[in-house]
Design a protein around this ligand. Structure first.
Ligand code: SF4
Ligand code: SF4
Length: 313
């Protein structure tokens, strides 16, 4: 059940910026889970399905399919950032001051404007995820922190992990690994499972596809694997033409075998996030094809010949 955009009451406990919470999820870790998506990411992957997660601050999503062209948003904006063009509202993000009240969002009767990112207090978040504690207990599930990159809000993440642990709730963190070592170290005892996204072994190609080389990521992966290899599931985004070539798959198989990670999950590229680029004013990246089942089987075969447990995410 998707509940993104809910406006929680605020209190004085630490605050984090969250762009979605999903309940009763059966992926991203074992059992029945609550997924908490934190805003902000240091990478910009060419196939990213959550581009609204990249910026750490809140932003307006404009869902034009819902718009009835009433132009109330234009009248409400104190910055003059929304103007009428051919009868439709046009949002000039250079002029948008992201005013505190998001007046345009409040004015829209069609929910065609929504805020990506809400401030949540730690207390409210823990109370929210604790509602499903019986489901976690009965199913072996828990809470998964995802993003964006959850370590981009490390202080809040660590506090939230500790809050879950105090209640006996199992935890997972989905990370790209581009994070400060001290934060990884502090998180490790509080995390039952790391869903560690690893995309490309060649560092120059990694930079081209994600905006950063993979030096820090590899160091963190090795560091974690030294301490707790059984806690690591390596996640490989399978993006035809970008990550699925023989060299990359072979190198990832060798790395996974060397590090003795628990498992590798294949995450096939899908285009479901593409409309969101326009909604937040970003250009759409090129659209790679989706991998065919035979392609996934081929990759799984390469991994399994190295003795690595492998499956879909
Ligand atoms: S967030 Fe505020 S400044 Fe930005 S477009 Fe909406 S009303 Fe205008
Ligand atoms: S207020 Fe909403 S429905 Fe009206 S023009 Fe603006 S976005 Fe469209």
């Amino acid at each position: 059940m998707k509940v993104g955009g809910a406006q929680p009451p605020l209190s004085s406990s630490p605050k984090g910026r969250i762009f979605d919470i999903q309940h009763y999820a059966v992926h991203d870790g074992p059992g029945i889970r609550t997924l908490v998506f934190l805003k902000g990411c240091p990478l910009a992957c060419a196939w990213c399905a959550n581009p609204e997660s990249r910026r750490s601050d809140r932003e307006v999503r404009q869902i034009l399919a819902r718009c009835r062209s009433c132009l109330r948003c234009a009248g409400a904006c104190p910055s003059g950032a929304i103007a009428e063009t051919e009868g439709r509202p046009r949002l000039d993000r250079r002029r948008c001051a992201m005013c505190g009240g998001f007046e345009c969002v409040a004015a829209c009767p069609e929910h065609a404007l929504i805020i990506a990112g809400e401030e949540w207090s730690l207390d409210d978040l823990i109370a929210r995820v604790a509602k499903d504690i019986d489901f976690y207990r009965n199913s072996g599930g828990g809470v998964t922190f995802s993003g964006g990159e959850p370590f981009a809000q490390a202080e809040f993440l660590l506090a939230a992990l500790a809050g879950c642990k105090r209640l006996g709730i199992p935890t997972a963190v989905e990370t790209c690994g581009q994070a400060a070592r001290a934060d990884i170290l502090a998180a490790e005892p509080l995390v039952d499972l790391f869903l560690f996204d690893f995309k490309v072994v060649d560092s120059a190609r990694h930079r081209k596809l994600t905006g950063a080389d993979n030096g820090v990521i590899l160091d963190n992966l090795r560091f974690l694997a030294d301490r707790a290899p059984g806690k690591i599931v390596l996640r490989l985004p399978v993006v035809p033409g970008l990550t699925d070539d023989e060299n990359n798959i072979g190198a990832i198989a060798a790395l996974a075998a060397e590090l003795r990670v628990a498992r590798v999950e294949l995450c096939p590229y899908h285009p479901l996030g593409r409309p969101k680029y326009a909604e937040i004013g970003l250009p759409e990246p090129p659209d790679p094809p989706q991998p065919l089942p035979a392609e996934l089987l081929r990759i799984a075969g390469v991994l399994e010949t190295r003795g690595i447990r492998c499956g879909p995410a």
